[in-house]
Design a protein around this ligand. Structure first.
Ligand SMILES: [Zn+2]
Length: 524
């Protein structure tokens, strides 16, 4: 007896055969895939039958690299300044938001991008003091690798002209040596240390809000790439209470900025809805804020970014993690960071459980690094969606020689590397997988400029990377990522077939319904 049948559609299975007309579901899993007659034969009076009327059914999208609780923070308690065009506008919005907060409470915001600001620089402590000098203010850059804070926050954090930045961090200073209010990479830990942490129920609200948002985009599996112990406990409690609306791969951090000692390895945990079996490290910074570690100077300033680890330190933490059976996912964007991570992965030798490690972003590899990654069976988790929303930063910050190898997805696939596409949201505001697919195909930024157009992939490859690719990167391709008998019934109904649409039309395709384990999790 089938619980659910979806028929009369274009079903893009991501398996063989690649197309079907109908799918039947029993007990949350896919029971049949085939033509209308075959699948309809299994229905009874109690089967829910949905006529797709020619619409398209895809496996639920997998956002293999996101920051779920941070997406939720912007949807709940945090000021969202993504899309602002000037520092004055930021100051106005911070001031208005401040009037709604209790006296003395920290004001947290996120999303400035200096390349999109008229002034072409980050807000300073003076700018933020203009907004409100009486409460601490912390504005995180859109990438999460830099913060702008006001004088009150600097004072509470004990940052002044005599403060040394921690290893892997930078405190920006003016001509007199005074902090400007901008802090980078591990120096953000100096602020985090004194900032009040959200409560468990705040985190719960953030996580559920973010997962509901993702379900509206057809995303049924996602990763929270880098969480502190407190947030991991919130995830475990949500799972124990069957309160996770979609499937999450949570990656605990081993190094937390502002905490001197490494975080001990937590207990691994794999259930239907929650996986905790991958640890996350960050080898360098971000490209859009020019903290990714390059072998040459950035175009706009004589700097080469930041390596956050000494190699030996990263190796020993990775070795301990691998020996305990964990998969490792390391953020590496610049060629120097990619080199460090590949060298560490090479030194680890084979994983005792046969797992492949991941490189997150993998922004600027050269041909030799692609071959090394392929030899190690590394899974690459890049973000084509960056090309669209951050392309202007890439063009103004990257030396010419790096442009042709910026997020080289074509070259990754040609080298035999398995690729999972993802958004890194809230680093980008629009985390719609169909926008990520469009960027993978067109390689165009939001001004229409192409970045390394020869690195384009096809719509078929992009859809696979957003579904099966994510399943592979999650280590769970047996249960998700394609529409095949035995797998979970996680799907999205799309208004149009993304493989037939013009690339520019992909973002206008709507998600009509999203299913998790055969149950409707979102309906337009
Ligand atoms: Zn990230």
């Amino acid at each position: 007896m089938l619980d659910l049948v979806l028929h009369n559609g274009a079903i893009l299975t991501q398996a063989a055969p690649p197309r079907a007309e109908a799918v039947g579901v029993r007990n949350g899993r896919i029971a049949h895939v085939g033509n209308n007659t075959q699948v309809m034969a299994g229905t009874t009076a109690r089967t829910r039958v949905i006529d797709l009327s020619g619409r398209t059914l895809v496996p639920g999208f997998n956002d293999a690299h996101a920051h779920i609780w941070k997406i939720g923070q912007l949807l709940t308690t945090m000021l969202d300044v993504r899309g602002t065009g000037s520092i004055d506008e930021i100051v106005r919005r911070v001031r208005a938001f401040s009037t709604r907060l209790p006296d003395g409470a920290w004001l947290l915001g996120r999303g400035y991008n200096e390349a999109a600001l008229r002034e072409q620089h980050a807000p300073t402590r003076d700018d933020l003091d203009r907004a409100d000098p009486n409460r601490p203010i912390v504005l995180t850059r859109t990438c999460g690798h830099m913060c702008a804070v006001n004088s009150r926050a600097l004072r509470l954090a004990g940052i002044d002209a005599s403060t040394d930045a921690p290893y892997g961090g930078v405190i920006d200073r003016d001509e007199r040596g005074e902090p400007t209010g901008v802090v980078r990479e591990t120096a953000i830990g100096l602020i985090n240390r004194v900032m009040p942490a959200p409560s468990a129920s705040d985190y719960e609200r953030m996580i559920v809000a973010a997962l509901d948002h993702q379900l509206s985009l057809g995303i049924t599996s996602s990763s929270d790439c880098g969480v502190r112990p407190q947030i991991l406990e919130v995830y475990r409690a949500l799972d124990a209470n069957a309160a996770l609306p979609s499937r999450v791969n949570v990656m605990p951090l081993r190094r937390v900025d502002g905490v001197p000692d490494p975080v001990p390895l937590p207990v691994r945990h794999v259930s239907d809805m929650l996986r905790v079996d991958t640890v996350k490290f960050l080898a360098d910074g971000g490209l859009s804020g020019a903290t990714a570690a390059l072998s040459v100077d950035y175009r706009h300033e004589p700097k080469r970014g930041v390596l956050r680890f000494e190699r030996g330190d990263l190796l020993s933490l990775c070795r301990e993690s691998q020996q305990a059976g964990w998969r490792i996912a390391t953020h590496a964007i610049g060629d120097v960071a990619i080199d460090q991570v590949l060298t560490v992965y090479e030194s680890l030798g084979p994983h005792p459980g046969g797992l492949a490690h991941r490189i997150e972003h993998f922004g600027l590899p050269d041909a030799a690094q692609l071959s090394r990654a392929a030899r190690l069976s590394v899974i690459a988790v890049p973000q084509t969606i960056f090309l669209r929303s951050l392309g202007r930063n890439f063009r103004s910050y990257l030396p010419d020689a790096f442009i042709p190898r910026t997020y080289p997805i074509r070259a990754m696939l040609d080298a035999g590397i398995r690729v999972a596409l993802s958004s890194d949201a809230p680093v980008v505001e629009d985390d719609n997988p169909l926008v990520g697919m469009m960027a993978a195909i067109t390689r165009k930024d939001d001004g229409g400029h192409a970045i390394a157009a020869e690195q384009a992939i096809t719509a078929e490859e992009a859809l696979y990377a957003y579904t099966m690719g994510g399943a592979i990167a999650t280590g769970d391709e047996a249960n998700r990522g394609s529409i095949e008998p035995g797998k979970w019934a996680d799907f999205a109904i799309l208004s149009q077939n993304p493989l037939d649409a013009a690339p520019e039309a992909l973002p206008s395709i709507t998600v009509d319904m999203t299913f998790v384990a055969g149950r409707v999790a979102f309906e337009r």
